[in-house]
Ligand binder design. Structure first.
Ligand SMILES: [Zn+2]
Length: 338
């Protein structure tokens, strides 16, 4: 079980409370920092029969073996269920299959009742791990709330979220809220480098500093993104159709996000000279930003925001991306370098 270095201190604090855990904790923090890994390590450590001196699960006892096999009798994990039909209409546009549904259903929560009504398999703690908690809808959230209001003895609810404001306030108030630390940039870079990642600093910038998001960027995607950036650097002289070809396979969400980050840095370079996502390309972005038409850029950003909102169900992804790329080339009032 992994505890990332930026969570070590919190781990020590929390595991020190082993004998007096609250009945519900809400692990909240930004995406891509390892909240779920932390929750899983916590669950396995609390269930372990012979925890190690540092509080971690031993990895050898009956409990740890059940945990590893995914069939621990004193643990229930609630997450959005695999649903083949749910993502079917997105398959063509996003090029991915077997999507998860976005919802933890009321039936899933109600099915907990039996588990909560039983006494522990081993006369110890039982744990419900629920993630992401923002996947609860109104019905399932209310069903869960009833359980949190009358918590059975010896049960710990662990909720994980990167979007706490989307939870029912009454659920939040029933949980001990734990803010999961976001790593310092230097620590995140060191950790990524330790995972064998090159250009750790640039990757971190691009994903906003979250190390696990940076880790997930695969090399092919990095190369394709670099190709797209090379086109975008050409500003008004960019070939919109060549650019479409570089990103359409990744899907419209990916493309719009890449354009949002790019135009964020263009605007920021234009106004303040600062670059947030494309640190290695700062100099040429600042050069490009000199020729940008500010009102058009702001309009374009609004357009991207709209495209982002509707990107789950695009009418025609390729046409939409084409149109965006053409409009991008029109942002530049003065001719840019070829
Ligand atoms: Zn163990």
């Amino acid at each position: 079980m992994i505890i990332y270095p930026w969570h070590n201190e919190l781990w020590q604090q929390l595991i020190g409370m082993r004998s007096r855990m609250p009945h519900a904790v809400l692990l909240q923090g930004r995406m891509g920092i390892g909240k779920l890994d932390f929750a899983q390590a916590l669950a396995s450590a609390l269930l372990c029969d012979r925890p190690l001196p540092d509080g971690h699960a031993c990895g050898n006892c009956d409990s740890c073996n059940w945990y590893a096999q995914g069939n621990h009798p004193d643990l229930r994990v609630l997450e959005p269920e695999e649903s083949a039909t749910n993502g079917a209409d997105e398959e063509a546009t996003e090029g991915k299959s077997a999507k998860k549904s976005q919802i933890i259903s009321v039936d899933q929560v109600r099915n907990l009742a039996e588990f909560l009504g039983l006494s522990s398999h081993r006369a110890g703690l039982r744990i419900v791990l629920l993630h992401p908690a923002e996947a609860l809808n109104a019905a399932s959230a209310n069903a869960l709330l009833k359980m949190l209001e009358e918590p059975p003895p010896e049960v710990l609810f662990v909720l994980v979220t990167h979007n706490p404001q989307r939870l029912l306030p009454t659920i939040r108030s029933r949980c001990n809220k734990i803010d999961m630390p976001f790593p310092e940039r230097r620590l995140a870079e060191e950790w990524l480098a330790g995972q064998g990642i090159q250009h750790a600093a640039e990757r971190l910038s691009y994903v906003g500093g979250a190390p696990l998001l940076a880790l997930k960027v695969e090399e092919g995607a990095e190369k394709r993104l670099a190709d797209l950036h090379r086109e975008l650097h050409r500003g008004g002289r960019m070939d919109p159709f060549a650019s479409v070809a570089l990103c359409i396979k990744e899907g419209i969400t990916y493309t719009v996000e890449a354009l949002q980050k790019w135009t964020h840095d263009l605007l920021s370079a234009h106004l303040t000279g600062e670059i947030r996502y494309h640190a290695l390309q700062a100099a040429s972005l600042q050069e490009l930003a000199k020729g940008v038409d500010l009102p058009k850029l702001l309009d374009f950003q609004r357009l991207l925001n709209e495209a982002r909102r509707s990107s789950q169900h695009p009418l025609n992804a390729e046409l939409q991306v084409e149109s965006l790329m053409i409009q991008y080339t029109q942002l530049f009032a003065t001719p840019t370098k070829p």
